[in-house]
Design a protein around this ligand. Structure first.
Ligand SMILES: Cc1ncc(COP(=O)(O)O)c(C=O)c1O
Length: 418
């Protein structure tokens, strides 16, 4: 009999203190709640953190991805190569624009889109069109962009993706929802210097959803180059109004009532309340990242001796993970429990956890609308069947986590096949 944890250990609780409260108070007292000066400040500080001249704060990463593809003029009868092992937003953003997602399987180790399989897709299933861009031979749909994610905060193979993008004239859109603070070749994901000179456009979308490395409840950020893409996204994020910054504050600050709509935009702006929380969280981000790493190390130390039963996450060379997730993979052939039964046991034992992700093509909507039957993306399906994300949020107490790690070790040992 394994005793449950004394109290439920939540998967990813938020961490905020007096700094966030005082920032929020200043917004509430300012007389202006929605997009305004705090957003400008937050955008400037995020841009500076990432080594960029500009950033655009929006309502979510989903919105940022939608805007990213929109400013690339993606539309119907065009396609994007995308990973199946992701949150639905990544693929929804393509479909919002009437475009076609081409799902290519993952690297089994990291869970990231596999550049070798992307190359195979481009050489075997596409031919080059007049402008050097690939055309999917079966559907005659031109491929415009590559859309990898940095799964769990572990950077995708950007070097390999940039080679492909340059060779095939493809834009690179990165879903960096998990990757704030992650590094590739020493530079932060989102740093515009990661885009090689004269390479096709690059857009990077971050999430500030409640569980993320920097959490404002809801929120997102779009980075990118060339910079005119961000300028256009800014207009589109505020209904398509020509200069939305000028009209913010129109009601009680010295804004102006006058505006002109120059494009069919969306209501995707961030708010000063969100930005206020973000400013406080950004100050703490280096500490949060170190705390995530410290908590990941607790799991690794505890599970190290069980490598015959489980596969532990590890950073690839030249990368630093943002440790958004601690994705454990079960060796199902060596265990008597499958992932779902183990998950139920963990719930009963008060150990909060998650599973990331049910592959896109296994969701009902995409089963109906895309031609990827079960079995067609075996690596993503296998990853999903074996994955459990363990808690590593900075708000979690180290002793509680150590107790949780000991509990998982006992459970795995008692579930080993003999
Ligand atoms: C990989 C990935 N992309 C996009 C999103 C969407 O982020 P948001 O909730 O900010 O729209 C998520 C959310 O969890 C995610 O995990």
């Amino acid at each position: 009999m394994i005793a449950p944890l004394r109290r439920f250990l939540p998967f990813s609780p938020p961490l905020a203190d007096a700094a966030e409260l005082s920032q929020i108070e200043s917004v509430l007292k300012s007389g202006w709640l929605t997009r305004g000066p705090k957003c400008d400040d937050f955008e400037a500080k995020m841009a500076s953190y990432l080594g960029a001249a500009e950033s655009l704060a929006v309502s979510s990463c989903t919105a940022a991805l939608h805007l990213a593809l929109k400013v690339l003029d993606l539309g119907p009868k065009q396609g994007v190569i995308v990973t199946p092992l992701t949150f639905p937003s990544t693929v929804h953003a393509i479909v919002y624009l009437g475009a076609t997602p081409f799902l290519v399987d993952i690297e089994p180790k990291t869970g990231n889109l596999d550049p070798e399989l992307v190359r195979l897709f481009l050489t075997k299933e596409c031919h080059k069109g007049p402008n050097g861009q690939p055309i999917h031979t079966k559907t005659q749909i031109p491929v415009k962009a590559l859309l990898p994610i940095h799964y769990g905060g572990f950077p995708a193979d950007l070097g390999a993706f940039w080679s492909l993008c340059q060779e095939y004239n493809l834009a690179l859109v990165e879903d960096a929802a998990h990757a704030l603070g992650a590094r590739y070749d020493g530079r932060l994901i989102g740093d515009p210097s990661l885009r090689p000179a004269d390479a096709p456009p690059n857009l990077v979308a971050f999430s500030f959803y409640a569980t993320k490395n920097l959490a404002t409840g809801e929120g997102g950020l779009l980075m990118g180059s060339p910079s005119d893409l961000i300028k256009r996204a800014r207009v589109l994020s505020a209904y398509g109004i020509n200069d939305a910054r000028r009209i913010y504050g129109r009601d009680n600050l010295r804004g102006t009532w006058d505006y002109d709509v120059v494009d069919l935009g969306f209501k995707y702006n961030f708010t000063d309340i969100g930005a206020a929380i973000g400013l406080a969280q950004l100050e703490k981000l280096p500490r949060f990242l170190a705390q995530r790493q410290e908590r990941a190390a607790i799991w690794t130390a505890a599970l190290e001796s069980l490598r015959d039963l489980v596969e532990l996450p590890a950073e690839s060379p030249n990368t630093v993970s943002a440790w958004h997730l601690y994705p454990l993979k079960l060796h199902l052939d060596r265990l008597t429990l499958d992932r779902d039964s183990l998950s139920r046991r963990l719930n009963d034992l008060n150990l909060g956890h998650s599973v990331m992700f049910r592959p896109i093509h296994l969701h009902t909507y995409y089963q109906k609308t895309l031609a990827y039957p079960k079995g067609s993306l075996p690596r993503a399906e296998d990853f999903f069947a074996r994955e459990l994300s363990l808690p590593i949020a900075p708000a979690l107490d180290l002793l509680d986590l150590t107790a949780a790690a000991n509990l998982l070790v006992l459970l795995l040992k008692s579930s080993a096949r003999v």
